[in-house]
Design a protein around this ligand. Structure first.
Ligand code: AVI
Length: 318
């Protein structure tokens, strides 16, 4: 079949190739944000987190630091902390150091080898803590092993304002999936970015040193490598702006000339000045987020923020 032959020699599977073609061939072309994160992209993202302008990472870390006692009490004395998209688990070390000893840690990540490596390291560093990794794509329903004790509770941990990178409908369905996973009485500890002055937001996504621009452009290089694309990186420029109707940062790559692009077995013309959408990063109000979570079956129990009210970490109960 044409789709399969077109996908031959690609380092992505047929579903991913299909998703790429679907998004790229829309009247407003877009590319899935997950392709930011190859080795180079992950390193660039780490560099973004260190930038003066990029406040979310350090603000969330300080909120955690300042309220860790209340947070571990809200998680509870027994059960599991299930982290969606755990990656290096670096930000979770504070919780691992402080949570009640009967709370197991369940990192969930799509990259199985890396997950095992991280889990081994954590077992060495936290020898008294149960570490039960699960290799899964958390954007699709996945099975958790049954809890051993009836009194134990499951709490999903979803830090980093990653929820903001999902479109509203997908964010809602992810929140519902989490609710179904933990069942009645379960918890959700989640970080989300708050609405603020557009100038602060735009600086965070278009930094002076151009690290975010490189991060955005690297997506093209990644697709050239894994998806048979022929993007000319030097013919695109990074564009990031705040859309204050939809309350989101939008990142695009704008073509500086007309060109024909091949990708995953399809091709299209990109006009001079045309933009390819690469990411949304939604910014919420406290009430707006609480309402969205409520519609997915979550009641807010506590919320912690920083003195500027730039970022929030909230605990919900189902
Ligand atoms: C991973 N995610 C929460 C980041 C964000 O802020 O939306 C990704 C990012 N994009 C550009 N800078 C950072």
């Amino acid at each position: 079949p044409p789709a399969d032959s077109a996908s031959r020699n690609l380092l992505i599977d047929a579903n991913e190739a299909e998703e790429l073609r679907r998004e790229f061939l829309q009247p407003q072309p877009s590319l899935p944000s997950k392709y930011f994160y190859d080795q180079t992209g992950s390193e660039l993202f780490d560099a973004i987190c260190e930038l003066d302008e990029y406040y979310p990472t350090r603000t969330e870390a300080s909120i955690m630091q300042d309220n860790i006692d209340e947070m571990v009490d809200a998680i509870g004395t027994a059960g599991r902390l299930i982290e969606y998209g755990s990656g290096s688990s670096l930000k979770t070390r504070l919780l691992l150091d402080n949570m009640y000893p009967e709370v197991a840690y369940v990192p969930v990540d799509i990259s199985g080898d890396y997950l095992q490596q991280v889990a081994d390291q954590l077992r060495g560093d936290f020898p008294d803590r149960r570490i039960d990794p699960i290799a899964a794509d958390f954007t699709r329903p996945f099975q958790l092993p049954k809890q051993q004790h009836a009194q134990s509770r499951d709490v999903v941990y979803f830090p980093g304002s990653t929820i903001g990178n999902f479109r509203p409908a997908a964010a809602s369905s992810l929140l519902s999936q989490m609710r179904n996973q933990v069942g009645r009485g379960g918890g959700l500890l989640i970080g989300f970015d708050l609405q603020k002055a557009p100038a602060v937001l735009e600086a965070a996504y278009d930094d002076r040193r151009g690290v975010t621009a490189l991060f955005n452009l690297n997506l093209l290089r990644h697709l050239n490598r894994v998806a048979g694309a022929n993007f000319q990186m030097e013919q695109y420029r990074h564009v990031a702006f705040y859309n204050d109707i939809n309350h989101r940062i939008e990142m695009h790559l704008e073509s500086t000339r007309e060109q024909r692009v091949q990708l995953a077995g399809c091709s299209r013309t990109i006009r001079k000045g045309e933009r390819i959408l690469t990411e949304y990063s939604h910014k919420y109000s406290m009430d707006g987020f609480t309402r969205m979570a409520a519609d997915s079956g979550w009641r807010r129990e506590s919320v912690w923020t920083d003195p500027n009210e730039y970022f929030a970490v909230a605990m919900f109960r189902s």
